[in-house]
Write a protein that binds this ligand. Structure first.
Ligand code: LMR
Length: 397
């Protein structure tokens, strides 16, 4: 019997937390798991500008016929402009962009293209990294390795170890970098560290593969891409995985893009043909809806301003929640330093809790975290912050 040999798999480390949370009948349960933004009512809003763009787009849409293998060209151009700013125009001739099935699709497609071009390439990812990075990239058949990134003692970036490691990597190694809001640690590189890393990447001829899943979630859409733009101005070639899930609230619409900046326009032209063929052989074409909405929003100054305003409100809320939780924890354990919570950026920080503590949080306190001990600050609210602080302190030891 076909499939009879397949065994039941364990739950996904992140999506499995959502399933377990939903199955918990407790009225006092708290989901600090999957990385979705939540407002003070615990809801994940669709930004007003996204809804307006969506309404206008649907009112005008007369056909659902295929768009094309690379997806929506206006979206591809505008989303790369949002990421790269004025550099996008400078690099346009050397850039091949394809709309993808979310940021995950961009990561996987990028890995497939690296594998097709250089099967022996090794992709180096941060230690730790997002739980799905290694499965997504590694399933392409590429070899993976880890570089030092996070120092649990300081709860910051182990920058010297990272830079020294990069300086020893073989020429041509691919390095996967989180542009901002590092997932899962929340610890980002400072501008000077990006500059210093850029020197090493350039001198070693490393190939950056930048994952930009949280533009606008750290400080703002410009500050969050400082490192990316710095690298883009310096290195001759890089890959960029873009996601509209969080910043546009388009999660389920699976909206993203893969931009590859190549050494020459001719190589970029060839890459574009490979992007289209590889996608065609896996899933043919990307879904249109989210990209059509994002393209319309980005092309309309009023909608764009409204969206940036709403995004600014989300960031302010996440920063406020960081301070709130840090304060409540410090009130309970004054001898412990919780200031790292306010130093981190984006939705995540690593609690450093052991597996037994994470299990106890779930079973005794109905607080849900992924197995790596990551906490999603957006799951905290005025209503649950004391319960969350009490629970964390109870399992901290
Ligand atoms: C997360 O890290 O929780 C999000 O990126 C959602 C996901 O797909 O894992």
């Amino acid at each position: 019997m076909i499939f009879a040999n397949l065994e039941q798999l364990p739950p996904d480390p992140i999506l499995g937390v959502t399933a377990a949370f939903r199955a918990d009948p407790s009225p006092d349960k708290t989901d600090l798991g999957v990385g979705v933004y939540r407002d003070d009512r615990g809801e994940t809003p669709v930004p007003a500008a996204v809804r307006d763009a969506e309404r206008a787009m649907l009112a005008e849409q007369r056909t659902k016929t295929y768009v094309g293998p690379a997806g929506n060209p206006e979206f591809n151009q505008r989303i790369v402009e949002l990421a790269l700013g004025p550099l996008a125009a400078e690099l346009r001739e050397r850039t091949a962009t394809i709309q993808t099935v979310g940021g995950c699709g961009a990561l996987r497609l990028g890995a497939e293209l690296i594998r097709a071009s250089r099967p022996e390439a090794v992709v180096h990812v941060s230690d730790p990294t997002w739980a799905n990075h290694e499965p997504l990239l590694g399933t392409s058949g590429l070899s993976l390795a880890r570089y030092p990134y996070y120092d649990p003692a300081t709860r910051g970036v182990a920058f010297e170890a990272m830079r020294d490691h990069f300086a020893r990597l073989p020429v041509g190694s691919v390095v996967l970098l989180h542009a901002c809001c590092h997932n899962p640690t929340g610890a980002d590189l400072a501008p000077d560290e990006w500059r210093s890393l850029g020197d090493v990447i350039e001198s070693r001829g490393l190939v950056p593969f930048v994952d930009l899943a949280y533009q606008g979630f750290g400080d703002d859409v410009e500050a969050d891409v400082f490192g990316l733009r710095h690298l883009a101005a310096r290195v001759p070639q890089f890959l960029l995985a873009l996601s509209c899930s969080k910043n546009f609230g388009l999660y389920r619409e699976r909206t993203g893009a893969l931009a590859i900046v190549a050494g020459s326009p001719a190589v970029a032209g060839a890459i574009a043909t490979h992007q289209a063929r590889t996608a065609r052989r896996m899933y043919s074409m990307p879904p249109d809806h989210g990209a059509a909405v994002a393209a319309r929003l980005l092309g309309n100054p009023a909608l764009r301003a409204s969206w940036l305003g709403e995004l600014g409100g989300m960031v302010a809320r996440m920063k406020a929640l960081r301070s709130l939780l840090a304060g409540r924890l410090a009130a309970r354990r004054p001898e412990v330093d919780f200031s790292w919570l306010t130093r981190h950026r984006g939705m995540f920080s690593l609690t450093g809790l052991a597996a037994t503590a994470i299990a106890e949080l779930r079973e005794r306190h109905h607080v849900y975290l992924p197995p790596d001990g990551r906490i999603n600050l957006a799951g905290v609210s005025d209503d649950n912050v004391d319960r969350v602080a009490d629970s964390l302190v109870a399992v901290m030891g």
